[in-house]
Design a binder for this molecule. Structure first.
Ligand SMILES: Cc1cc2nc3c(=O)[nH]c(=O)nc-3n(C[C@H](O)[C@H](O)[C@H](O)COP(=O)(O)O)c2cc1C
Length: 446
């Protein structure tokens, strides 16, 4: 069979999907503090043969707007955030083939801790664990985690390079055949096959030996979503699954080509990673019905959603300026969060110094227009996805939900069968491991 499209469910252990207004949808489930909420999503994604259910994370609620959490709490703007790894561990027991990915930050957890958590999940899920490596981006996270402020953008990635060496070092500590469990001789494991890392570097110290034996996938899958030059360099060095935001097909084709060229230039085989951009599909039996659904979904967003989420992402209080007040050069330079949003707004607005209102409009933060929408009948949505996949704009998609679980139920019932009929997406899981289901034959040592 030809290579299968990669499908990733973009799930949040919070009160809404990535679309903050989703909790206001008339069909949105509100039992997000209970296990059944997550089980329903996982079972739906597994029925649809998605390779991965992936939880994003941030270590703070959006509370930079007007220097307070009040408006975010009042409006439910991504304020509840459960611990995604705990949720995933429970889902390991409830699923058998679905990959289970979660985000953990290199800025606030020691590498030994992350190595141990994901190795544990890889064992308990029988080889289905993935780690989304993020560097964290705003001061609220720093304040929650005991730091005085977020780390400068490129330094975050410099530290993370060393962090990855430590994590991978720990994952490699136990050779595959180290465990002997020989009751007769009394030997549990061969000490010659368990090594100590003894890492002392510029940013981290970690001794070892790691306490988790080698995992079913050898190493949990590495996921990364850097969009900046430095972020992409990091992703190409370490990641197997690269998440992206591609606003349209032409942009996607260009950047996909750039990633490929960059991979080849750095001796990275383009077959050893997959690129998957975020999308919001809205599908119904007919185009008219899908458009009605989309109109309802779009009407749920409030201006506060965008302002709170822009403040969070850019680490700048958007409430400190009037709506029509332009950003100064100094303010733009000082933005330390997601600079890709700042740069996109400058480009799309054609203004070197956009106003607050222009940031809201051109970033589309807090709306489903932040990522491409595929709205229509099952055939129309499949046509769009097929075009992106076959015209080398991506290797698959991170499927965002306009509301849960409904958006995934619709996608799995209506779009997945159409993709399978066209031979674009596998009809069953070819492997028992996440890496195998993405079409990789084994772990690629960096
Ligand atoms: C699909 C997707 C999921 C992401 N998930 C998270 C997340 O869970 N937590 C987080 O702090 N950042 C997340 N990010 C942000 C990226 O890690 C990265 O910081 C961002 O894309 C900007 O790139 P840069 O760090 O190279 O500037 C995500 C990005 C994308 C495209």
């Amino acid at each position: 069979m030809a290579r299968s499209m990669a499908l990733v469910g973009f799930v949040q252990a919070q009160n809404c999907s990535n679309y903050a207004a989703s909790w206001r949808h008339p069909e949105a489930a509100h039992d997000f503090l209970t296990l059944p909420y997550y089980q329903r999503i996982a079972r739906t994604l597994e029925a649809g043969k998605f390779q991965l259910m992936f939880f994003d994370d941030r270590l703070a609620m959006p509370d930079i707007f007007e220097g307070s959490h009040a408006e975010s709490v009042r409006n439910g703007v991504r304020v509840v955030k459960l611990d995604p790894l705990v949720v995933l561990a429970t889902l390991a027991a409830d699923t058998t083939r679905l990959g289970l990915g979660a985000t953990m930050s290199t800025s606030y957890y020691p590498p030994f801790h992350v190595a141990r958590s994901f190795a544990t999940l890889d064992h308990l899920s029988n080889g289905r664990a993935g780690w989304n490596v993020v560097t964290s981006l705003n001061d609220s996270e720093a304040f929650n985690m005991g730091a005085t402020g977020s780390i400068a953008h490129d330094t975050r990635y410099d530290r993370s390079d060393e962090y990855m060496e430590v994590v991978l070092g720990h994952w490699n500590a136990w050779q595959a055949d180290a465990l002997t469990l020989d009751r007769d001789s009394g030997e549990f494991a061969d000490p010659a096959k368990v090594s100590r890392l003894d890492h002392v570097g510029e940013y981290f110290r970690s001794r070892g030996p790691h306490t988790v034996p080698r995992t079913p996938q050898d190493h949990p899958l590495i996921i990364q979503a850097g969009q900046s030059g430095r972020g992409r360099e990091f992703a190409l060095r370490w990641a197997e699954l690269i998440f992206a935001i591609f606003p349209n097909l032409d942009f996607a084709k260009r950047v996909y080509g750039e990633i490929e060229a960059q991979a080849l230039a750095s001796d990275r085989d383009p077959e050893s990673y997959r690129v998957a951009p975020l999308i919001y599909p809205i599908v119904a039996e007919s185009q008219a019905e899908a458009e009605d659904k989309a109109a309802l979904i779009e009407s749920l967003a409030k201006p506060i959603d965008g302002l709170a989420l822009l403040s969070e992402a850019l680490n700048f209080d958007f409430g400190s300026k009037g709506l029509d007040e332009p950003f100064s050069d100094d303010e733009l330079d000082a933005i330390s969060g997601l600079r890709s949003i700042r740069d996109r707004v400058i480009k799309l607005s054609g203004k070197a110094n956009p106003t607050v209102a222009e940031f809201v409009k051109f970033s589309a933060r807090g709306t489903i227009k932040e990522a491409p929408n595929f709205i229509g009948s099952p055939t129309q949505v499949a046509d769009g996805l097929e075009q992106w996949f076959t015209e080398k704009a991506c290797d698959g998609f991170v499927v965002g939900a306009s509301h849960v679980p409904g958006a995934y139920v619709d996608f799995v019932e209506l779009v997945v069968p159409e993709l399978q009929r066209r031979g674009l997406f596998h009809k069953d899981y070819p492997s028992s491991t996440l890496r195998g289901n993405l079409g990789f034959s084994g772990y690629r040592a960096p």
